[in-house]
Design a protein around this ligand. Structure first.
Ligand SMILES: Nc1nc2c(c(CN[C@H]3C=C[C@H](O)[C@@H]3O)cn2[C@@H]2O[C@H](COP(=O)(O)O)[C@@H](O)[C@H]2O)c(=O)[nH]1
Length: 420
């Protein structure tokens, strides 16, 4: 039970505090007292982190609390509850809690139990021992874990792991026949093979436009999207590694001491271009797509050992990009309002941080969390490894790749930005 004390100036000689054991109690009490929400919110935010017991002191003002604000209140309560162990940045809900908050308040996107069930049934046969990831036939170009700067290679790849889409019908940027993210992997692998020092921050913190253009040269006229932003990202992360981390991402890994959450915190606190946050219905939320996929990629590429050993990897959520939502919609686990669907079909851009964009991403995070619970329930009593959210994400992302043709019928959202 959490109790919160919210003192109001007008109730100095306040009546007895009322302990709140659950959200219904909280709602009933608030309704009955008719507390001014703004007063609650501000005092709540300021006072809660320091207070373990929450009581509500009677307020004589007659104002109402809407359902949406109540939701927000209960999430801020949740937020304060987790603040000591889970919070990555002060005042910002971590990804799992952000997903739940966004899903509860979403107006353009819905999660459907029936679709989650369908997806769960699709995945179960792939869990014989552990979850088998659909084969996309691209293993040859992943960062090489035996390379002497393998961790820095993964870091550079995920620093640049955003926005590969092209408008419907436009020519795609491809490298050695690979498109999207795999084109990036192919370009980096080619650069390394040609002796370019692309894993070294000394080189890429000062990389010129011409040098990066040559590294990213595609098979046709199409170029990698957001080229200038990529140059800036490399300059930013490269200089930070040089200034603070001895010129290698390995220093961050050592500092994280095998904790995925600690590494996530190091990344988002120190490298601004990884700070994938937004404000949704007045609440600061975090999606941290590139930062979390960086942690999970290390875990995945190094097979959970060496630089890839994280005792709390299960704390990561899915990586809210523009592909996994496509699969979730395909299975009916997510749906969009007609208006939003029309926008996607017409290639209308969703601004980064807009309500619709945040809802697609937040609902995807929450849908995968719900899917994980459902899978876990179905696997109860079987001696198989229950997949974490990163593995479920890889499954879904690779599923989209493997069944790209079938997935064409589902439009994906297009946003110009460096976060995913
Ligand atoms: N949620 C999620 N999003 C992911 C990935 C990956 C690649 N991860 C590799 C690492 C280990 C795995 O085995 C994968 O091979 C890229 N993306 C995002 O997708 C988008 C491009 O998509 P497409 O057009 O298909 O290339 C773009 O936003 C990109 O940032 C993932 O795994 N999960």
């Amino acid at each position: 039970m959490i109790n919160i004390i919210i003192p109001f100036p007008s109730t100095a000689a306040a009546d007895a505090a009322v302990p709140l054991s659950n959200e219904d109690d909280c709602l009933r009490t608030l309704n009955c007292f008719g507390v001014h929400v703004n007063v609650i919110m501000s005092l709540f935010v300021i006072r809660c982190p320091a207070i373990a017991k929450v009581c509500l002191i009677k307020n004589r003002k007659n104002l109402f609390l809407s359902a949406a604000l109540f939701n927000k209140l209960s999430f801020i309560r949740l937020n304060t509850h987790i603040s000591n162990n889970n919070m990555v940045r002060e005042g910002v809900l971590p990804p799992a809690e952000s997903g739940e908050f966004i899903a509860k308040n979403a107006q353009h996107v819905k999660i459907h139990e029936a679709g989650l069930e369908k997806l769960c049934e699709e995945m179960l046969p792939s869990i014989t021992n552990k979850l088998e990831i659909p084969d996309t036939g691209a293993d040859i170009i992943h960062p090489d874990k035996d390379h002497d700067k393998a961790a820095d290679w993964v870091f550079v790849a995920d620093a640049l792991n955003f926005c590969f889409w092209s408008y419907s019908g436009a020519q795609k940027w491809t490298v050695d026949g690979h498109s999207g993210y795999y084109a990036l992997e192919a370009a980096l692998a080619r650069a390394i093979k040609n002796g370019i020092d692309i894993t070294n921050p000394k080189y890429y913190s000062k990389i010129t436009e011409d040098e990066l253009r040559s590294i990213m040269k595609g098979d046709n006229e199409a170029t990698i999207p957001l080229f200038e932003q990529r140059v800036s990202v490399l300059h930013e992360v490269g200089s930070i590694l040089l200034e603070k981390y001895n010129g290698t991402f390995e220093t961050c890994l050592k500092e994280a001491n095998k904790s995925a959450v600690k590494l996530l915190e190091i990344i988002v606190k120190n490298f601004p271009c990884f700070r994938d946050e937004a404000t949704f219905k007045g609440q600061k939320v975090a999606l941290y797509k590139r930062a979390q996929i960086l942690v999970a990629d290390l875990w995945n590429f190094f097979g959970g050992t060496g630089w890839g050993e994280f005792k709390d990897i299960d704390k990561m959520t899915m990586f809210a990009d523009y592909r996994v939502p496509q699969v979730l919609v395909y299975f009916g686990a997510l749906s969009y309002t007609d208006e939003l669907m029309e926008k996607l079909k017409k290639d209308i851009l969703l601004p980064s941080g807009s309500e619709e964009e945040v809802e697609i991403r937040g609902c995807s995070i929450h849908a995968v969390e719900l899917l994980k619970k459902r899978i876990e329930e179905k696997l109860a009593g079987r001696s198989v490894e229950v997949p974490n959210s990163s593995l479920i994400d890889y499954y879904l992302w690779c599923y989209r790749r493997k069944y790209a043709d079938a997935m064409e019928t589902i439009p994906f959202h297009k946003t110009l930005g460096i976060y995913y």
